[in-house]
Design a protein around this ligand. Structure first.
Ligand code: FRU
Length: 476
């Protein structure tokens, strides 16, 4: 595809910046029928640098319109990750009669405040900034929610390897009121917390997300805790011995959820990247992309509450004509996908493992640079492996194989996979295990293969859909 968003490796239905560098998505709100997305943006380079807030809006979380930069660096510093809140029923009016307030980190690790009176496009910074002075060290990425029971704004902010909680009546004066810690490997600081209620009635819980170093795939990942929030503190029901990860792939970091969605939905989006090699990705003129937005749901299991993730339902609207695969035996050596091709689309498979030792699906088959998803029936583990790309050396830590525990339910492996030119996202077993990764296949690599080893498996159902681009005609 020529023109805007037609460059090599450019995702066609995922968000990526018009040009130059992006990292964390943040300030995610739904307002006046539009989803707002702000993000860490360097408008002058494809490498991380002085941070601004990029801004885009959408009516369906898939077709985005780029808007001018929302927040610029000022005399205090550059603008790191933060949050946006709207005037709330029962809450005192927002500062500067704004209908929206942004609460964000400066690069010096102090916290700033800004108000918007035009629905989130233009912002006026608060004259009394910073509202929280830097305590020294790592202290950043505030998330703010109105807590009706305590009639206070509650802020979660990452500090070294903890999340600190602050309360405020007016978003200007903040008082520290609690902290949350859990064992983590490594010395790097926690970043980008998010906290929100999920579920209804007796089953309602609070979730705390935090981006932490040393995730199972190496580098950073998003860990979650589920429990209760009393307006000053978060208490986890998941014990310190259990690590729950939103994603077992290498590329899902610094994500957050949208606020104020109708119908109590919780939709998450993450940065489809990993700081270990983020600046080495082989794209030209733009760098960085986001995961597909994902609906989060709570499931109460025998082991305790857990999060499930599925791509948002709106994704169905991008599907072209389905190719259905007939139910069939997958004998060792056979490939039911032999004549199928895909670079931008969706695959859904339900496979009974039966006599197979392993079941593998290769994606972006070509000379180099593709990926393989492999289920090991004995170990009950899903593995995602990225092949190194001979012509595009990326980084020594890029080409890794990563695993997710995946016990088969009813002997069935169910996979939903999204491919978008330079990404793979796997939602296994209804979103109980998720893996996300960037991949950089050769331009012509579009083959697929599905194989069983050790014995035959049974393909109970399967379908492939091409997905339409959401970026045609977008101005940059
Ligand atoms: C996470 C992060 C945040 C910080 C921002 C800077 O990726 O390091 O902690 O606010 O990126 O761009």
């Amino acid at each position: 595809m020529a023109g805007a968003y037609g460059e090599r490796f450019r995702p066609q239905y995922h968000f990526s910046p018009p040009r130059n560098w992006m990292n964390d998505p943040h300030g995610l709100i739904w307002r006046g029928g539009r989803y707002h997305l702000y993000y860490q943006y360097h408008p002058h380079s494809c490498r991380w640098g002085p941070m601004h807030w990029g801004h885009a809006v959408s009516e369906d979380l898939l077709h985005w319109r780029h808007l001018p930069i929302a927040l610029w660096p000022d005399e205090i510093g550059t603008i790191f990750t933060g949050d946006v809140v709207a005037a709330e029923t029962g809450a005192p009016p927002l500062p500067a009669t704004g209908e929206l307030a942004a609460v964000y980190s400066y690069d010096d690790q102090s916290v700033g405040l800004a108000a918007s009176v035009d629905g989130g496009c233009r912002w006026r910074k608060y004259a009394g900034n910073p509202v929280i002075a830097s305590p020294g060290g790592n202290f950043r990425d505030p998330k703010v929610r109105w807590h009706p029971e305590s009639e206070r704004w509650l802020m979660a902010i990452a500090q070294e390897q903890s999340v600190q909680f602050y309360q405020s009546a007016d978003l200007r004066e903040w008082r520290r009121c609690g902290e949350f810690r859990a064992p983590t490997a490594g010395d790097d600081p926690w970043e980008v917390p998010d906290f929100f209620p999920i579920g209804a009635g007796e089953e309602r819980r609070w979730v705390l997300l935090v981006s932490v170093p040393n995730a199972p795939a190496g580098g950073g990942g998003v860990r979650y805790f589920i429990g209760h929030c009393d307006g000053a503190q978060f208490h986890s029901e998941i014990g310190p011995e259990t690590e729950c990860w939103l994603d077992y792939g290498p590329d899902n970091y610094a994500g957050s959820t949208w606020k104020y969605l109708p119908g109590g939905h919780r939709v998450y989006i993450g940065w489809l990247n990993n700081w270990r090699y983020a600046e080495a990705l082989p794209t030209v003129g733009w760098r960085g992309a986001l995961t597909i937005p994902r609906e989060l749901r709570l499931e109460h299991t025998a082991a305790g509450p857990r999060l499930l993730q599925q791509p948002i339902a709106e994704l169905h609207s991008l599907r072209g004509e389905a190719i259905s695969l007939p139910a069939q035996t997958i004998a060792p050596g056979a490939n039911p996908l032999a004549n199928r091709r895909m670079r931008c689309g969706e695959i859904s498979l339900v496979i009974e493992a039966r006599a197979a030792d392993s079941i593998s699906l290769s994606l972006f088959n070509g000379d180099t640079g593709g990926a393989e998803i492999c289920y090991n029936c004995q170990r009950q583990e899903l593995c995602l492996a990225r092949a190194p790309s001979a012509s595009l050396p990326i980084h020594e830590e890029y080409a890794v194989a990563v695993n997710a525990p995946l016990p088969l339910r009813g002997g069935k492996l169910s996979l939903r996979i999204l491919l978008d030119h330079s990404s793979v996202e796997v939602f296994a077993d209804g979103g109980r295990a998720v893996m996300s990764a960037r991949v950089f296949p050769e331009a012509s690599a579009d083959g697929l293969s599905l194989c069983a080893t050790g014995g035959a498996a049974w393909l109970a159902s399967g379908a492939l859909w091409p997905l339409q681009s959401t970026w045609r005609g977008v101005e940059r």
